[in-house]
Design a binder for this molecule. Structure first.
Ligand code: PLP
Length: 409
């Protein structure tokens, strides 16, 4: 008899976005004529930058001829892309990387989930709370999260982000083996300054903690003082892996490309006290279980780094960030407390009168026809908040936020 991985059965049956979809479908049945506006989507809506389309057409043409056809690519990704990454994303920020430290992938979600393959099953885990659910669920699947007790996993340290700390968490008082950080943050839209990030790096160096730093939204940072990479902090190469994605940077959610940086200086221990380079382990893991991102996609990603590409990406991000500014301003004028939205496409809105997240979600849906995302779906500390996204079309964002502002009044 084949036996299942029983850790998978521990995952809660309710999945945030399918619960939302069910509620929206029930609402549609009762209100077939109401125009529903979603401010809950985490997907982009604007098309790919024209440079990417051109690069993809050109790459497809290359695939059509025996002289230029490409099969399997190099295991870490093509040199042209890894060199463009180092030259554009890191060198200008004073971060020196070798091409062998960059691994091109099909996106940050898979890498954030798969990284667990190279670390022992019994490491303790820390997450800021609320957080992108993949970090916890991927650990549940291999048994590392422990058991679920009152909505919390026994082997996970939840580092609360709340009104008391302004959604800027400090490192925990206790030692944790592996900590996931996500900045700019999904769902709160908050960022860390260099000083704040330094506290985490110093904590990690002191405690021999591995930091898994998800910078999927770094392109949305507007404030020049905010770090884009954890490696802008001294010592981070000894304690951190960084995940990047072109999904939100350049509309690649359906194209699929990202990359992960595993510095050569980064090591973790064995039970016998030997130190092992994680770069080699990740390379081994990827070359065994992943066969690369398509040549066509990597050419599209490379095009983002051309001057035209940079301009086009900035224009689209500017469009979303203009949505975010408008949404945040409208909510503040309506007298509600909001976080984020300045350096991220997410706005974290406090519900009125301490209402719990799902109740606020239901009321807004039924009274205004606007879909939001309940903050509690991202972790226990998210209760009492809603996440709104700025990825919609301008008219939808304007109409949706206006309806919420009227509801608040
Ligand atoms: N990391 C965070 C924090 C995200 O919010 C998302 C997508 O919503 C991802 C990673 C996924 O990125 P990708 O599309 O590159 O898999």
């Amino acid at each position: 008899m084949a036996l299942v991985n029983e850790h998978m059965l521990k995952l809660p049956q309710n999945y945030l976005f399918s619960d939302i979809a069910k509620k929206v479908n029930s609402f549609k049945l009762v209100h077939p004529n109401q125009r529903i506006i979603s401010l809950g989507i985490g997907d982009v809506t604007q098309p790919l930058p024209p440079v990417c389309i051109e690069a993809m057409h050109k790459a497809v043409e290359e695939m059509a001829h025996v002289e230029t056809f490409r099969g399997y690519g190099p295991e870490r990704g093509y040199d042209f892309l890894r060199e463009a990454i180092i030259k554009n994303d890191y060198a200008p920020r004073g971060v020196r990387l070798d091409a062998s430290e960059v691994f091109v992938s099909d996106g940050a979600k898979s890498d954030c989930g798969n990284i667990g393959d190279i670390i022992r099953h019994d490491n303790s885990i820390g997450v800021t709370d609320p957080i992108y659910p993949v970090y916890i669920d991927s650990n549940v699947m291999c048994g590392r999260a422990g058991t679920l007790e009152d909505g919390r996993w026994s082997n996970v340290t939840y580092i609360a982000c709340n009104e008391q700390n302004g959604f800027i968490p400090n490192p925990p008082d206790t030692r944790v083996d592996i900590i996931y950080l996500c900045y700019p943050n999904n769902p709160t839209g908050m960022v860390l300054t260099k000083e704040q990030l330094k506290k985490w790096v110093n904590y990690a160096l002191r405690n021999d903690t591995l930091l898994l730093y998800d910078a999927a939204y770094e392109a949305y940072i507007q404030d020049p003082e905010i770090p884009h990479s954890i490696y802008e902090i001294k010592g981070a190469k000894k304690c951190a892996i960084e995940f990047r994605s072109y999904s939100k940077t350049a509309g690649f959610t359906g194209v699929r490309c990202g990359y992960t940086v595993v510095p050569k200086e980064l090591t973790a221990g064995t039970l016998l006290g030997e130190r092992i380079q994680l770069n080699g382990l990740w390379n081994r893991r990827q070359s065994t279980k992943f066969n690369g991102t398509s040549y066509i996609t990597q050419r599209a990603a490379e095009a983002i780094y051309t001057p035209d590409g940079q301009q086009q990406v900035r224009t689209t991000i500017g469009y979303y960030m203009q949505n975010a500014r408008m949404m945040k301003q409208t909510l503040e004028q309506a007298g509600v407390t909001v976080y984020g939205g300045d350096n991220a496409p997410y706005i974290w809105m406090k519900t009125p009168d301490g209402m719990d997240s799902w109740r606020a979600f239901d009321q807004i849906l039924y009274e205004t026809g606007v879909v939001t995302t309940p903050g509690v779906g991202f972790g226990p500390s998210g209760n009492g908040y809603l996440r709104l996204t700025a990825f919609g079309q301008r008219e939808d964002c304007e109409a949706g936020i206006e309806r919420i502002a009227n509801w608040l009044k």
